[in-house]
Design a protein around this ligand. Structure first.
Ligand SMILES: Cc1cc2nc3c(=O)[nH]c(=O)nc-3n(C[C@H](O)[C@H](O)[C@H](O)COP(=O)(O)OP(=O)(O)OC[C@H]3O[C@@H](n4cnc5c(N)ncnc54)[C@H](O)[C@@H]3O)c2cc1C
Length: 491
């Protein structure tokens, strides 16, 4: 019998599992995909938001700042990658300036203590590459960027190291409440008994809730597309640069990622269907809009390496839904749209309180270890000409360079494969080691990665496991975007 069973290993389920793993509890995490962080938590802007963008009347507004201030300590413990580089919302005219004042006020209501409205001179000093047309900005000093899937991987690894059990490829299809426990069944026929069940299933939040409880909300996907530029391009900016928000999103941003790529996006399009494809027209608009934030020639489309889309799990209430349900002990933690990564530590604490109100007994586990060793650390690339001989080291040499673009060694790949989460796909390995994340997008290293993976696993990988693009998603590639923008220029 498990004490707590968590459905979904995105950032929400992972944070709850890690939080609860400090107590003497039997915890199970059930995830339908073959790795953790496969939903919204994989593809997003990765900003650790300030906490001024949502109103205090919403859970999203109340949980963002308390979540944000945990990140430094969390990164010290878990080593997933967090950079406190500050964020800006820039204004181009008087309307925008009024919006900055509104956001500043909202931030004060949310108890922020690190905001400042910068005049044009201060803005230029902080961000020399900002557009000449920007006249002022709201600066939030301790906002930042993280590596979101590495964060989820770290949370789950640490939870598992502290005793939680992770079940991948385990889609929950039925939940029944018996007298004082739940019987949870998965599509592959596994049956679990648990005293409490937490539904953190992202886009499937309403569907899973309906398996057992009265559900008067829906969850639908709101997609956002991005352009990602090559490593090193992120150094053109110091901070996360937003334009003023729209009703549906925090506005187009230009930022460095944690690993120093430049990231442009996202837009916000509601859709009925789950569609992670990217589209030329949408990317064209994002590129055009992003250019407004920075000086001419700061963005260079030739540095483009990849487009991707993320799907926000948006609830019909417009806010997070975090509550015990009419079936006592079945707790919904759904509709976790942006800023769900930032809020995640605070969401986990809130769920802990709900569990206490449901009657769970929490006793500290004296063996709890909050620390997790990193797989990779941030690194600037070395001059490839000086280390290229390492590409030709013999197979089995830990220092052999398997991936040239991101300079990933064989020992990093072997380390990633010998952790507490099974790692059996090229994509899963990519998220842990960055092999395949570089300029060539895996065309050089994919075969070499597979070779090491098969050696570790002692078997051949199946074709689905080597699908670096992940199950038929149509992504706009570099040639298409270059041709498209050229055509637009000529029009
Ligand atoms: C475009 C975009 C930009 C964003 N930008 C930011 C940002 O900058 N900062 C920020 O803080 N937040 C941001 N967010 C929000 C953030 O990504 C989400 O709030 C967060 O990832 C939601 O996490 P989750 O765990 O609730 O859902 P998910 O990550 O979707 O996880 C749900 C998991 O449940 C699994 N699952 C589903 N059904 C079942 C089932 N029946 N059985 C078992 N498992 C199941 C899924 O496979 C999935 O792994 C952004 C989101 C998007 C899409």
């Amino acid at each position: 019998m498990y004490d707590v069973l968590i459905i979904g290993a995105g950032v929400t389920g992972a944070s709850i599992a890690r939080r609860l793993s400090r107590y003497k509890l039997n915890i199970a995490i059930l995830e339908k995909e073959n790795d953790v962080s496969m939903g919204a938590s994989k593809a997003n802007s990765a900003i650790i938001h300030g906490g001024y963008a949502e109103s205090n009347k919403e859970l999203r507004g109340r949980l963002c700042y308390p979540g944000r201030i945990e990140f430094k300590e969390l990164d010290n413990e878990l080593n997933f990658g967090f950079l406190e580089n500050g964020s800006l919302v820039i204004a181009f005219d008087e309307d925008d300036e009024n919006e900055l004042k509104r956001l500043y006020q909202q931030g004060l209501e949310n108890k922020l203590d690190d905001m400042e409205i910068l005049n044009q001179k201060q803005l230029r000093e902080l961000e020399p590459n900002i557009s000449e047309k920007a006249i002022s900005a709201l600066y939030c000093k301790k906002a930042g960027v993280c590596s979101p899937y590495e964060y989820v991987i770290a949370l789950v690894e640490n939870a598992v190291d502290n005793g939680a059990k992770l079940f991948l490829k385990s889609e929950v299809t039925s939940i029944i409440k018996n007298e004082d426990s739940f019987k949870v069944t998965t599509g592959n026929g596994k049956v679990f008994q648990a005293k409490y069940v937490v539904n953190a299933s992202g886009l499937n939040g309403a569907k899973v809730s309906k398996l057992i409880s009265q559900t008067n909300f829906d969850i639908y996907p709101r997609s956002g597309e991005y352009l990602l530029m090559q490593k090193g391009s992120g150094s053109k900016l110091n901070t996360v640069v937003f334009q003023t928000p729209t009703k549906k999103s925090k506005g187009i941003l230009v930022t460095r990622t944690y690993h120093n790529n430049l990231l442009l996006g996202p837009d916000a399009i509601d859709s009925e269907e789950i569609d992670a494809d990217t589209h030329l027209e949408r990317l064209g608009i994002i590129y055009r809009d992003a250019q407004k934030s920075v000086k001419d020639n700061v963005l260079n489309i030739n540095e483009f390496i990849r487009s991707f889309a993320g799907l926000r799990p948006v609830s019909s209430t417009g806010d997070y839904i975090i509550e015990n349900t009419n079936v006592d002990g079945f707790i919904n933690v759904v509709g976790i749209q942006s800023p769900g990564i930032t809020s995640s530590p605070a969401i986990a604490k809130m769920v802990e309180e709900i569990l206490i109100s449901c009657g769970i007994k929490l006793e500290n586990d004296p063996y709890y270890n909050p620390y997790r060793r990193p797989i990779i650390k941030y690194k600037d690339l070395e001059d490839f000409n000086k280390i290229k001989y390492k590409v030709n080291y013999e197979f089995g040499n830990p220092d052999r360079l398997v991936c040239r673009c991101e300079q990933v060694s064989e020992k990093t790949i072997r380390d990633a494969m010998n952790r507490s989460i099974p790692c059996e796909t090229v994509d899963a390995l990519k998220r842990r080691s960055r092999a395949g994340m570089g300029f060539c997008q895996g065309s050089f290293c994919k075969k070499r990665v597979i070779e090491v993976m098969e050696d570790e696993l002692g078997r051949k990988l199946e074709s689905a496991e080597t699908d670096i693009e992940h199950s038929g998603i149509n992504r706009v590639i570099k040639k298409d975007i270059l041709d498209y923008l050229k055509e637009k220029q000529e029009e």
